[in-house]
Design a protein around this ligand. Structure first.
Ligand code: ATR
Length: 277
C-alpha cells in the first residue's frame, strides 16, 4: 500500500486525510494517508521514519519543507519560499507549492471571479501570504497591496516578489489611506489568536470580494467584517483547501481528481460558519 501523510502542528483537525481518501477512491488508487503531528524540531526525522512517498506540509512547517528540498523545488515553491507538497525523489525530496494555484482555481473556476486587472489587498506577510502572492500576480491582477502589522515583513515579501510596479508593501496603519479594493484576502493568523486587526469599512464596497484563507471558526471574524463592509462575496478557505489538495494529488499520482463532490461534502460539514456567495 502506498503511504502518504500530512505533517504539521496542530494536525488533529486536518481535513487532508478525508480529502485525499475521497480522491483516491474516486481514482481507484489504493493508498494510506495519515496526519502526523510534527514541529520544527522533529519534522525531518518523522518524515524520514514515516516511509511516505509523498507528503503535504502545513503550519508551521512549510519553510522547513522548502529547506529540505532547496535544490529541487519548483519555481512557484521558490517564489513562495515555502513548500506544501513533497514528492519522494529517490533518497531525497522534490518540493512544490500548490496553495497559490489552489486559491486562484477556487476563486476563478468555482466562484467565477475574474482576477485580471483587479486591485488586491493581501493582509499578512507570513507563510500563508507568501504561498498565494505569486499565483495572484500570475493570474493577471493589476496591483497587490501587502499590508502587514510588521512593515518590514511586507517589504521583504514585496522584494521577494520582484515586481515593484505592481506590489506595494504597507503597514496596517496605512489601511485608511488605500481606498477600495476589488479583492481582499485575509492571510494573517490574527483570528486564530482571536482578534482581527481594525479594518476600515472603506476598504470594501459592493463590487468587492473577500476571502479568508482559513475556514471554520477562524474565518468567521473577517468574513463577518467583509459582509458588514458590503462585499458581494465573502468566502472562506475551504475551496482553496480542496483545490491545493487536488493539485498535490496530481503531482503524486498523475491524475487530477474531480473536486466538486469533495468540496460539497466539506461545505456541508462546515455549514453555518460559511459563505455568502
Ligand atoms: P502563517 O504561516 O499562518 O502565515 P506566520 O508566518 O506566523 O503564519 O504569519 C502570521 C501572519 O499573521 C503575519 O503576517 C503576522 O503579522 P506579523 O508579521 O506582524 O507578525 C500576522 N498576524 C498575526 N497575529 C496578528 C494580529 N494580532 N494582528 C495583525 N496581524 C497578525
Amino acid at each position: 500500500m502506498q503511504r502518504y501523510a500530512v505533517f504539521g502542528s496542530p494536525i488533529g483537525h486536518s481535513q487532508s486525510p478525508r480529502i485525499h481518501a475521497a480522491f483516491a477512491k474516486q481514482c481507484g488508487i489504493a493508498m494510506n494517508y495519515d496526519a502526523i503531528e510534527a514541529g520544527h524540531a522533529d519534522f525531518a526525522a518523522k518524515l524520514a521514519a514515516s516511509g511516505v512517498r509523498g507528503a503535504n506540509v502545513t503550519l508551521p512547517l512549510k519553510e522547513d519543507a522548502f529547506a529540505l528540498c532547496m535544490g529541487n523545488a519548483s519555481t512557484r515553491a521558490q517564489r513562495a519560499g515555502a513548500a506544501n507538497t513533497l514528492i519522494r525523489d529517490g533518497d531525497s525530496w522534490r518540493g512544490d507549492n500548490t496553495d497559490g494555484s489552489g486559491l486562484v482555481r477556487d476563486l476563478t473556476e468555482r466562484h467565477g471571479l475574474d482576477l485580471r486587472e483587479r486591485r488586491v489587498l493581501l493582509l499578512g506577510a507570513g507563510g500563508a501570504a507568501r504561498g498565494v502572492a505569486p499565483a495572484l500576480l500570475d493570474a493577471g491582477i493589476h496591483s497587490l497591496y501587502v499590508a502587514n502589522r510588521t512593515l518590514a515583513r511586507a517589504e521583504a515579501l514585496a522584494d521577494a516578489l520582484g515586481e515593484p510596479g505592481r506590489v506595494h508593501p504597507r503597514s496596517l496603519d496605512d489601511l485608511a489611506r488605500l481606498g477600495e479594493f476589488d479583492l481582499l484576502i485575509n492571510a494573517t493568523s490574527a483570528t486564530r489568536g482571536g482578534s482581527l486587526p481594525t479594518l476600515p469599512m472603506a476598504l470594501a464596497g459592493r463590487r468587492s470580494a473577500a476571502v479568508d484563507l482559513s475556514y471554520g471558526e477562524a474565518a468567521v471574524p473577517f468574513l463577518a467584517w467583509a459582509r458588514a463592509a458590503g462585499c458581494t462575496q465573502a468566502l472562506d478557505g475551504l475551496g482553496m483547501l480542496v483545490e491545493q489538495a487536488a493539485e498535490s494529488f496530481l503531482l503524486w499520482h498523475g491524475l487530477r481528481p474531480e473536486t466538486e463532490a469533495v468540496y460539497a461534502e466539506l461545505r456541508a460539514r462546515n455549514d453555518g460558519l460559511v459563505t455568502a456567495d
